[in-house]
Design a protein around this ligand. Structure first.
Ligand SMILES: O=C([O-])CC(=O)C(=O)O
Ligand SMILES: [Mg+2]
Length: 565
């Protein structure tokens, strides 16, 4: 069977003249040919030379290099995105490693914080609480007829930067840029959404530039009603779209996921995406060390929904490897603000209750406070894995890391908090404090560290390894829901592609430049599980592979045919 990939087919459009140049999904700028300029009333609107996309990319890159600050590079790239999406993705594709930290973590964090200050042009949907009874109309205003992936945030917990109000739109945009650049989802099918229910960030409320609702976040009951209205309206308008929840605050993230995950094709990136990438990276780390995950003792710093989500996924992986569930649970230590979560600790959330340590398990520990501190846990439990999801810089102190190293060889240490400045310890610190005998991965990108003549690559354990592939797989087979087993398939595929585990060399995870190929593999594995679980279209492996390849959008200009409006 040979089918023309979607980007090779001509596109029929009624847009012409300046309207065509102002439509970022269609604009080709100086690459409009002589014939196109004549057919689409563009003659005279552009400099006379006809350029290729490669020539356009060269000019953009030259301009890009003229900016020194990351935030200015970000603003520049976003401007190209809002002017000519094909060119934007071609540029990013050609300079992926250099530009991902600019359009995504860590610079996207600054862009969220400064969102109103650097605002240039509209993108996506801002759905304000005031419009809650008008949602059908608002969704109609999104000119995209077919939306396949939505990233929605309410901006309450953006990366490790807390409440950013409408600034959260920056993260929805950034995630979707990766869906396209690394997951091959056409930008014509993606929609960033910001649900504006106010902000509790005083600085923003007092900032004359702030462009969101100037009020405190609405009360819980109103909030729940709003989310429900949104989910219902979105499902009515685009019943097949994947909805990715992003950067919701802890008290809402898990309940929203639980509420909708069995009804709508949705997932929470911070809980499930982060869990899937962390488990995949841990599996790779264990394999490269020659040990099994189910033999490890794991300490978490940060027992929020992200930390607990990862812990649960580790437990199910340990069980899949043959551990009993109680055994697996006994090997997980969750440390939060007040210390180790134990069964006597009051006011725990439901999802934390299942992860407490039993009193008898720590009865012979010596510690001075009400609950064991992180350092106490290091001394008494002798963990082999340490994961930071606290959102707080500096929590992995020298004392903590040295205590861990004393208790085990080659500890596995993942300070995952984002962006870079929120990291629990920098890779350089961790490498020094462990005398270079450590396996490390971070959430944000860090440069390699040379210690005693040896170069350590710093793997970026970021959910961007997971979500583009999930999207591609789910869309290939029109999966109805996203199950835990689908996420586990993503983790295992990631681990199976670890350069370090497979060859003893290179990073724990493939380079970002390999993300597109990796996403296709993840998509295949995820889609297969969806089919096996009866959640998707039944198609055979060859057809599935073909669909994934064919659906993978490439940033190339299509030829246009004019139709009358
Ligand atoms: O965006 C990232 O880099 C990872 C993520 O989801 C978060 O930290 O909330
Ligand atoms: Mg996030």
């Amino acid at each position: 069977m040979s089918v023309t990939p979607s980007n090779k087919r001509p596109l029929y459009t009624g847009y012409a003249g300046s309207a065509l140049l102002e439509t970022p999904l269609l604009n080709k700028g100086s690459a409009f040919t002589r014939e196109e300029r004549s057919t689409f009333n563009l003659t005279g609107l552009l400099p006379p030379r006809y350029e290729t996309i490669e020539e356009q990319v060269s000019r953009c890159y030259l301009q890009y290099r003229s900016f020194d600050d990351a935030i200015n590079k970000h603003i520049y790239l976003r401007a190209i995105q809002d002017n000519n999406e094909t060119l934007f993705y071609r540029l990013v594709q050609q300079h992926l490693e250099e530009m991902l930290p600019i359009i995504y973590t860590p610079t996207v964090g600054d862009a969220c914080e400064q969102f109103s200050d650097i605002y240039r042009s509209s993108r996506g949907l801002f759905i304000s609480y005031d419009d809650r009874y008008n949602l059908d109309d608002v969704l109609r205003n999104a000119t995209k007829a077919k939306v396949k992936v939505i990233v929605v945030t309410d901006g309450e917990r953006v990366l490790g930067l807390g409440d950013q109000g409408i600034g959260g739109m920056g993260i929805s945009i950034g995630k979707l840029s990766l869906y396209t650049a690394c997951g091959g989802i056409s930008p014509a099918y993606t929609l960033p959404v910001m649900l504006d229910v106010g902000t509790n960030n005083e600085k923003l409320l007092n900032d004359p530039m702030y462009m969101g609702l100037r009020q405190k976040r609405v009360a819980q009951e109103q909030y729940n009603e709003f989310i429900d209205l949104f989910m219902t309206a979105v499902n009515r308008r685009w019943p097949d779209a994947i909805i990715q929840f992003e950067d919701f605050a802890q008290p809402n993230a898990m309940p929203i996921l639980q509420r909708y995950r069995d009804q709508v094709c949705c997932f929470n990136d911070d809980i499930q995406g982060t869990a899937a990438v962390t488990v995949g990276t841990l599996l790779a780390a264990c394999r490269s060390k020659g040990v099994s995950l189910h033999q490890q003792k794991v300490v978490f710093v940060g027992a929020g929904s992200a930390g607990c989500g990862i812990a649960e996924q580790i437990i199910s992986q340990m069980v899949a490897e043959g551990a009993t569930e109680p055994q697996a649970r006994s090997q997980i230590y969750m440390v939060d603000r007040f210390g180790l979560l134990t069964e006597t600790m009051p006011d725990l959330r439901d999802f934390q209750q299942a992860l407490v340590q039993r009193s008898e398990a720590i009865s012979d520990w010596s510690f001075s406070g009400d609950y064991p501190s992180l350092l106490d846990v290091m001394h008494c439990a002798k963990p082999t894995i340490l994961i930071g999801v606290s959102g707080q810089a500096g929590l992995f102190t020298e004392q903590v890391i040295r205590a861990m190293k004393k208790g085990c060889d080659t500890p596995i240490i993942f300070p995952l908090s984002n962006p870079s400045r929120q990291v629990e310890a920098t890779p350089e610190q961790v490498i020094h404090w462990t005398d270079g005998d450590v396996i490390i991965a971070t959430g944000s990108p860090f440069a390699p560290v040379t210690y005693q003549g040896k170069q350590h690559l710093i793997t970026q354990c970021n959910n961007s390894y997971i979500f583009p592939g999930i999207g591609l797989g789910v869309l290939a087979v029109k999966a109805r829901l996203i199950s835990d087993d689908m996420l586990r398939a993503a983790s295992e595929t990631l681990a199976a592609n670890s350069p370090l585990a497979n060859t003893g060399q290179g990073g724990l995870l493939p380079n970002f430049t390999a993300l597109a190929e990796l996403s296709k593999k993840i998509a295949f594995a995820v889609a297969k599980v969806a089919i096996q679980q009866g959640l998707a279209l039944e198609i055979d492996d060859n057809v599935l592979q073909q669909k994934i390849e064919q659906n993978f959008w490439q940033p190339q200009y299509r030829s246009y045919r004019r139709v009358s409006n």
